[in-house]
Design a protein around this ligand. Structure first.
Ligand SMILES: [Zn+2]
Length: 225
């Protein structure tokens, strides 16, 4: 398979998954998002296949429902683009687990974006994914590095207690340490903070920002370079 073919296929699959993850978050605990047909939230008319093509359908109908012309949330479009971009650089031949990792991190960031929190059960698959890698890490770090890691995690927990920072963010940081490594996790957090500061500077209405969507953005960025 050529690289460009994999990129395109990854982008298409990622954008479809992105829009479905948003549906899961929007219908969580209210509707059956697995068996229910996709429908417009305003007119409830089930969508045809042509109305469900990621990115294209949104642009084609100018962000409105094909049937009742009600506006579709812009987040649908963002999730389709971000899902596509997040999947694009992944390698289906050498690293299949990265797809699962991206899906669950993405799901958590969408929850965090809307609710400033996420259901803890989503952490279970992530912990299972990193669980495979832990034995490697225990032998890999020097005692000094372990002290550094403990110190950083401890300072995060202190910020959690002072409510400067959510516990979910600390848990995601620990997951990143075990999925990538400590230095990449630090790098991703630094990058997320830069993205957050830029957003804060250009945003019209200053508010509290969920942090995990910025971590997700930095993971996308990191996977491309
Ligand atoms: Zn409609």
């Amino acid at each position: 398979m050529s690289n460009s073919f994999i990129y395109i296929l990854n982008f298409i699959i990622g954008s479809i998954i992105g829009s479905h993850l948003l549906v899961i978050v929007q219908r969580f605990e209210t509707e059956d998002f697995i068996t229910d047909k996709s429908h417009c939230d305003n007119c409830q008319i089930p969508l045809t296949l042509l109305n469900q093509i990621p990115i294209f359908s949104f642009l084609r109908y100018q962000g409105k429902c094909f049937f009742c012309h009600a506006y579709i949330p812009i987040e649908t479009f963002y999730c389709e683009i971000l899902g596509g971009l997040a999947f694009m650089p992944l390698n289906p031949l050498t690293n299949q687990i990265s797809y699962l990792f991206i899906i669950f991190i993405f799901l958590i960031s969408i929850f965090d974006y809307f609710d400033q929190s996420f259901p803890v059960q989503i952490l279970i698959p992530l912990i299972a994914i990193v669980g495979f890698k832990i034995s490697y890490f225990i032998s890999d770090y020097t005692p000094i590095e372990w002290m550094l890691i403990s110190f950083v995690i401890l300072s995060f927990l202190i910020m959690n207690l002072k409510k400067k920072f959510g516990y979910g963010d600390t848990i995601i940081f620990i997951i990143l340490i075990f999925y990538y490594n400590f230095y990449i996790a630090e790098y991703l957090f630094l990058l997320s903070s830069i993205f957050l500061i830029i957003t804060h500077l250009i945003a019209q209405n200053k508010k509290q920002y969920p942090f995990i969507p910025f971590i997700f953005l930095s993971i996308i960025f990191y996977n491309f370079i």
